[in-house]
Write a protein of this length. Structure first.
Length: 89
């Protein structure tokens, strides 16, 4: 389980990216790189990292479901994900 502060930090970054997206696009089109440097670093989309919605785990993230591989396996075994069942032979 990820620390709550790490989850909160990721949410904060996502808000900053959304807030400055239009301004960054405008400054890039103008070629005003001095003004671009004054924008906060966390406003860059590259700094965002996908995290599991349940546990906050940063690695092993499955985009289609928005959860980590571990949670996906547990939920699939319990039948909580529609249309998915664990293969066993």
């Amino acid at each position: 389980m990820a620390k709550e502060s790490m989850k909160a930090r990721e949410v904060k970054r996502a808000k900053l990216v959304a807030k400055y997206a239009a301004k960054k696009a405008q400054l890039k089109a103008e070629g005003n790189y001095e003004a671009l440097q004054l924008i906060p670093r966390n406003a860059s989309a590259v700094r965002l990292h996908n995290r599991c919605k349940i546990t906050g785990r940063p690695k092993g993230y499955i985009r289609q479901f928005g959860i980590s591989r571990i949670q996906f396996r547990e939920m699939a075994s319990k039948g909580l994900i529609p249309g998915v069942k664990k293969a066993s032979w």
